[in-house]
Design a protein around this ligand. Structure first.
Ligand code: HEC
Ligand code: HEC
Length: 340
C-alpha cells in the first residue's frame, strides 16, 4: 500500500467511525423543552431514553393487546386529538362497556409530574401503566398473559430487542417503554409559548385575561406547566362521596382535595373536573365566579372576593376564556411522531 493509499484508507476508517458514532447518537434521544420550563422530575435514571424505546412504547400505547380481550388500548381513553384525554366523554368506557367515576386526564408534560391520578395514588411514571392495564374496569389484563401474547407476536420480540438489547419481554420493560413514550409527550408550542419566546403577541382580550389569570388562578395553576401538582379543594360540591386525596392519605385534611390539573390544551379536554361535571369553559368560570360550595378544606384563595367565589363580570369571564384558549397547542395534537 503506497503512503497515499494508506492515508486514504486511514481517513475512510475515521470517516466510518464518525458515521457510526453519528448513527449511535441518533439512537439516543434527549427530551427537548423550552428554557423557561423547570427541570423534569423524571430523569430516566434507570431507563435511558432511546428512539427504539420510545417507538416500542408508542406501539404498546396504541395496541389493544394490552387489554384482556384485546379490545381496549390506552388510546381508547387518551386520544392525541384531545391532548391524550378522552374523546370528550365524562367517564371513559373500559372493558365490557364498564365505566368509572373519574374523567380521563390529559397526558402531557408527564415527565414533570411528581404524582399521577386525580388523587395522586400513583407516585412514579414507571409504574403508572400498571394501574390501567390491571384495573378490572379499564383493561383487566394479567401481565403473564400479556407477556405470552407479546412473545407470540410477529413484531414485538424484535422491537424489545432493539429497545433493550435482548428479546426477553418482562413487565419492567413494558412499563419502561410506556414511560419513555409518555415522557416525550411534551406540549410547548401554544400561542402562550410563542408569546413567551417573543414570537407572538396577545390580543387585548387575551392580555386582560392573562392579568386576571395571574391574580386569581396562577397560585395553583402555576406557569409554565399550569399546575403546582398540589392537592386542593376548589369549591366543588360533593356529588358522589369521592374524597379524592383523602382516600390515599386517610388524613381528613385531605378529604375532597384533588390534584391541580394542567390547563395546557384545556380547550380540547372537556368535560372538566375530576368527575367531568362541567361541559365547557364558561361553566368552569361560572363556578369560580359565583358557584363555590365552601367546604372546610376549600382553599382560601378560591373565596377571594366573596363567599361564593371570585365574582367576575361578563367581560372578565370572556377575557379569561380568551386567555385559556391561548394554551391550545395545535402542533402537539397533530405531531406525527406521537401517533401510530
Ligand atoms: C378505560 C379508560 C382508560 C384506559 C384504557 C386507560 N386510561 Fe389512563 N386514565 C383513565 C382515567 C379515568 C384516569 C384518571 C383516574 C383517576 O384519577 O382515578 C387515567 C389516568 C391516567 C394517567 C394520569 C394522568 C395524570 O395527570 O395524573 C396516565 C399517565 C394514564 N392514565 C396513562 C394511561 C396508559 C399508559 C394507559 C394504557 C396502559 C391508560 N392510561 C389506559 C382512563 C383510562
Ligand atoms: C386553590 C387552587 C386553585 C385556584 C386558585 C384555581 N384552581 Fe382551577 N383547579 C384547581 C383544582 C384542585 C382543580 C381540580 C378540581 C377537581 O376536579 O376536583 C381545578 C380544575 C380546573 C379546571 C378543570 C381542568 C380539567 O382538566 O378538568 C379548569 C379549567 C380550571 N381549574 C381553571 C381555573 C381558572 C380559570 C382559575 C382562576 C379563575 C382557577 N382554575 C383557579 C385548583 C385551583
Amino acid at each position: 500500500m503506497s503512503f497515499y493509499n494508506f492515508r486514504l484508507f486511514f481517513y475512510s476508517l475515521l470517516l466510518a467511525g464518525w458515521f457510526i458514532s453519528c448513527q449511535e447518537k441518533e439512537q439516543s434521544f434527549v427530551l427537548e423543552y423550552p428554557d423557561y420550563f423547570p427541570k423534569p422530575v423524571y430523569g430516566f435514571d434507570n431507563n435511558p431514553l432511546t428512539r427504539e424505546g420510545f417507538i416500542l412504547g408508542r406501539e404498546l400505547f396504541f395496541d389493544p393487546i394490552l387489554s384482556a380481550d384485546n379490545s381496549i388500548s390506552c388510546e381508547t381513553c387518551h386520544a392525541q386529538a384531545h391532548s391524550f384525554a378522552d374523546h370528550n366523554l365524562t367517564f371513559s368506557t373500559g372493558i365490557n362497556n364498564q365505566t368509572g367515576l373519574r374523567n380521563s386526564p390529559a397526558i402531557i408534560n408527564a415527565a414533570w409530574q411528581p404524582s399521577f391520578m386525580w388523587d395522586g395514588g400513583v407516585n412514579h411514571i414507571e409504574v403508572m401503566p400498571f394501574a390501567p392495564i390491571t384495573n378490572p374496569i379499564e383493561m383487566a389484563e394479567d401481565f403473564n398473559n400479556l407477556i405470552r401474547e407479546l412473545n407470540e407476536h410477529p413484531r414485538y420480540p424484535q422491537m424489545f430487542r432493539e429497545a433493550f438489547g435482548n428479546p426477553e419481554i418482562n413487565s419492567q420493560k413494558i412499563l419502561y417503554a410506556l414511560a419513555q413514550y409518555m415522557s416525550v409527550l411534551v406540549s410547548k408550542d401554544s400561542k402562550y409559548d410563542k408569546v413567551r419566546t417573543g414570537n407572538a403577541d396577545f390580543t387585548e382580550d387575551e392580555g386582560a385575561g392573562y392579568t386576571l389569570f395571574k391574580n386569581y388562578c396562577a397560585q395553583c395553576h402555576v406557569e409554565p406547566l399550569f399546575s403546582d401538582f398540589s392537592y386542593r379543594n376548589n369549591g366543588l360540591a360533593d356529588v358522589n362521596g369521592d374524597t379524592g386525596r383523602g382516600r390515599i392519605t386517610l388524613d381528613p385534611e385531605d378529604n375532597f382535595t384533588f390534584k391541580v390539573p394542567t390547563l395546557r390544551n384545556i380547550s380540547l379536554t372537556y368535560p372538566y373536573m375530576h368527575d367531568g361535571r362541567f361541559r365547557n369553559l364558561r361553566q368552569v368560570l361560572d363556578h369560580y365566579s359565583e358557584g363555590i360550595t365552601a367546604h372546610h378544606n376549600t382553599d382560601p384563595s378560591i373565596l377571594k372576593s366573596g363567599k361564593n367565589g371570585m365574582n367576575f363580570s361578563e367581560t372578565e369571564k370572556q377575557e379569561l376564556e380568551s386567555f385559556l384558549r391561548t394554551l391550545t397547542d395545535y402542533t402537539f395534537i397533530s405531531n406525527p411522531h406521537f401517533s401510530n
